[in-house]
Ligand binder design. Structure first.
Ligand SMILES: Nc1ncnc2c1ncn2[C@@H]1O[C@H](COP(=O)(O)OP(=O)(O)OP(=O)(O)O)[C@@H](O)[C@H]1O
Ligand SMILES: [Mg+2]
Length: 197
């Protein structure tokens, strides 16, 4: 059963990166983190924190022309961005999930574009622009024991800058429906080249 395990308000990009760093401390080979949220929700910022937390010091940016980047720290972190994905079949030809999870952890932006490809035990983190300000909201959903362990780590290692949020973001891949935070109207400037899409 998938449960919303934890929600928080993340007030700044720095706090978002710290959230990733904290989560990295609990990562083990075979862990999957599936990220959802609209353009500019902070997904890559969170991945940057994960990579930093694993000790990787190089550049962290979404893979656009290659489908996957690997950041080699305490364990390898495989970073995928499925924004441009056209059908889950395209993924099957390019990346081998078994190879990635045997060696390291996997984090996937726009994971809701290939929900059946993501292992059932992934930790889903749904990101959204906070309707009450410039910050973001993050809701963790855990589908199995691995994911619950990661969610528990997030919940128990509080960061003073992270405020627990009462209202959960609607759960489920592609669940951002009418009235949900972070829709088109709430889209922030991403500072990114939209042309890459
Ligand atoms: N918690 C936060 N509060 C305020 N700003 C944030 C927060 N997290 C990230 N940002 C800022 O939001 C902008 C977009 O972040 P980011 O590129 O990580 O989003 P994204 O979800 O990966 O977008 P895309 O879908 O285009 O890949 C950046 O300028 C980043 O610094
Ligand atoms: Mg991104």
């Amino acid at each position: 059963m998938v449960t919303v395990a934890w929600t928080a308000r993340i007030p700044s990009a720095e706090a978002m990166e710290r959230l990733g760093e904290r989560l990295a401390a609990a990562l083990q080979p075979g862990d999957w983190i599936a990220l959802t949220g609209p353009l500019g929700a902070g997904k890559t910022t969170l991945v940057r924190g994960l990579a930093r937390g694993l000790g990787f010091r190089g550049r962290v940016a979404s893979p656009t022309f290659t489908l996957v980047h690997v950041y080699r720290g305490r364990l390898p972190l495989y970073h995928l961005d499925l924004y441009r994905l056209e059908g889950e079949d395209a993924l099957r030809d390019v990346v081998d999930p078994g190879e990635m999870e045997a060696a390291g952890a996997v984090v996937v932006e726009w994971a809701d574009r290939a929900p059946r490809w993501i292992p059932a035990d992934a930790l889903w983190l749904d990101l959204a622009v906070d309707p009450a300000g410039d910050g973001r909201r993050v809701a963790a959903r855990a589908g199995g024991d691995r994911a619950r362990r990661l969610a528990a780590h997030l919940a128990h290692r509080a960061d003073p800058a992270v405020e627990p949020a009462a209202g959960a973001i609607p759960a489920g891949p592609g669940a951002a429906g009418p009235g949900s935070p972070g829709g088109e109207a709430g889209r922030p400037a991403t500072g990114k080249d939209e042309g890459r899409r």
